[in-house]
Write a new protein. Structure first.
Lengths: 193, 367
């Protein structure tokens, strides 16, 4: 994670100082998958999500000369992506979004397959369902921390909420998922059969 | 046991936010409550799932992104007036997104950005400036030169070439006019773009090293980028901007300049109007690309026809060629010559190409 942050800073510098297209490409690759899922959570369309990622990177290229003024590029990229996504929703569904909890956030969370987790596939779908039933903001926080590997502070900045909220929401999500799980191995084995 | 506390500690551990004290607390909690091990284990395993990389999807998407980026750069970047009714095309979308962003003011930085973009726009619409009345540095056939411009930019000027720049070089733009071939290592100054005007293209530089070749007696204008990035604008199609990546070369057919639209679309001499290719590396010396070999005083040919080499040899040695055998024109050669006399070069070429030559003062005859 620390290493990754360092890499991003290095790419940021190469783009800002040398307009290095290779660095730009590497930055795109570093963010593409997760950022697309992040946007997908809002807009629920793969095509639109990809286009928003593209818009975010068009913007980055346009401001490349001032990129060094950006403190935390990850936060900056996610903030723009969030705003572009909300704008898309506002424009297409004709009502302004005032709170994340009004949105039906579709979480994109990778859980892994039952064999790897030593649990039944029934249980995996139960976990998925639990995640889907979390409050929208809670789902999004869970996704950003787990899938995008973001620090609490970064999530808080992107979503304009307090670090304490992030911390609490993530604890709630973790507990709710754990509650779905069997307490004993015997139970786990039984549910596999 | 406080369940909330346990799962708070687990979530802190998994997201890497736990303090050493909290980790210790978690460990002792788990020791006291072995019945929680399985759940914690499953949650941990679930958490570890690595992102699956869809490289194909990603690469294709990057290509699509580049296409959108170049579409975007060739149109006005930001418009403050509302988009026309019914304008729902994909192309216009980013603009409107940005306008909303401005109105919403959701990111403080956007205002600065908008200002920057707006300014950037004007730069491009500005007509090409008059020939600067200032310094001219020119080289004669057979000679090369290296100069340092007032801003620290290094320019290597190849034979039979001319560079003109404003005496003080203090304007909003650093502009030079080039006839012939030069290699630029541009000093970085993002506040003052560096622009090279040639007869068919303008090259806008963004702090970088590259070679521009625009000889009046050649059919094409070449821009080869070694590092950094440059933006090339075609004189006859100023809306079209081409961004080069390192080790790419753009060749523009000079006939685009004067020909009518129809002729352009028909092609000229059956050669493409615009070619984007990789810079070439010589087999003998892979550290430097063929395009900038001359900067190191090496005469390099990589699968070059003799006809094209003749121009280079004439400039390099300040001689004139007379070719009396059509077949020789189409011979192709590879090779790098360093500090060799014309006679030595021709000896080597004639040996492998099986032709005859005679040097008579400034006249060279080949048959």
């Amino acid at each position: 994670m620390v290493k990754e942050t360092k890499t991003i800073q290095e790419l940021q510098q190469r783009i800002a100082l040398y307009e290095d297209m290779e660095a730009y490409h590497a930055l795109y690759n570093a963010f593409f998958n997760n950022l697309r899922y992040f946007c997908y959570s809002f807009v629920k369309s793969n095509e639109v999500a990809e286009e928003i990622v593209s818009d975010v990177f068009i913007k980055l290229w346009q401001i490349r000369n001032r990129l060094m003024e950006v403190d935390n590029l990850r936060v900056y990229i996610y903030s723009i992506a969030k705003n572009f996504s909300l704008n898309y929703i506002t424009r297409n569904f004709k009502h302004p979004v005032t709170s994340l909890d009004e949105l039906d956030i579709e979480p994109v969370v990778r859980i892994g397959n039952p064999e790897e987790l030593c649990i039944s596939s029934d249980l995996v779908s139960k976990i998925r369902q639990t995640i889907r039933q979390l409050p929208p903001q809670c789902r999004l926080i869970f996704q950003m921390v787990k899938e995008d590997g973001m620090r609490y502070k970064e999530v808080a900045e992107v979503l304009n909420i307090s670090v304490l909220t992030v911390r609490n929401q993530l604890a709630i999500a973790t507990k709710k998922i754990a509650d779905t799980l069997p307490a004993y191995l015997a139970e786990a084995i039984r549910s596999r059969v | 046991m406080n369940e909330e506390r346990l799962w708070l500690l687990v979530s802190l551990q998994l997201s890497g936010e736990a303090t050493p004290e909290e980790l210790e607390e978690l460990n002792s909690l788990l020791q006291q409550h072995p019945e929680k091990h399985l759940q914690v284990e499953i949650v941990r395993n679930m958490w570890k799932k690595e992102a699956t990389a869809h490289e194909m999807v990603r690469d294709n998407s990057y290509d699509r992104h580049l296409q959108r980026l170049s579409n975007h750069l060739s149109e006005p970047v930001l418009q403050f007036e509302p988009a026309a009714a019914g304008e729902e095309t994909i192309v216009s979308r980013p603009r409107r997104i940005m306008r909303r962003l401005l109105i919403g003011g959701s990111i403080a930085a956007s205002l600065l950005i908008a200002f920057l973009l707006y300014k950037g726009d004007n730069q491009w619409e500005r007509p090409v400036t008059e020939q600067a009345a200032g310094n001219t540095v020119s080289t004669t056939p057979g000679s090369k030169s290296h100069i340092t411009l007032p801003d620290g930019t290094h320019v290597w000027i190849n034979a039979d070439s001319r560079i003109t720049y404003d005496q003080h070089f203090t304007g909003k733009y650093r502009e030079v006019h080039l006839t012939g071939e030069a290699y630029f290592d541009v000093a970085h100054d993002s506040a003052r773009p560096f622009i090279i005007h040639t007869r068919s293209v303008d090259v806008r530089v963004l702090g970088t090293a590259f070679n521009v070749r625009s000889y009046p007696d050649e059919k094409t204008t070449e821009t080869a980028l070694i590092r950094g990035s440059v933006e090339v604008t075609l004189h006859n199609n100023p809306d079209k901007k081409i961004i080069l990546k390192p080790n790419e070369k753009l060749v523009v057919n000079n006939s685009m300049l004067d020909d009518s639209v129809q002729q352009v679309s028909n092609g000229w001499d059956n050669e493409p109007m615009l070619t984007l290719s990789k810079v070439r590396y010589a087999r003998a010396d892979s550290s430097t690309s063929v395009e900038v070999m001359w900067v190191k005083n090496k005469l390099a040919f990589e699968n070059e026809t003799f006809e094209r080499m003749v121009h280079e040899l004439e400039r390099w040695y300040n001689v004139r060629f007379q070719i009396n055998n059509e077949k020789v024109k189409w011979l192709r050669f590879y090779g790098v010559f360093e500090n060799k006399s014309l006679d030595e070069v021709l000896q080597a070429l004639s040996f492998s190409g099986e032709f005859q030559y005679a040097i008579n003062g400034r006249e060279v005859t080949v048959w």
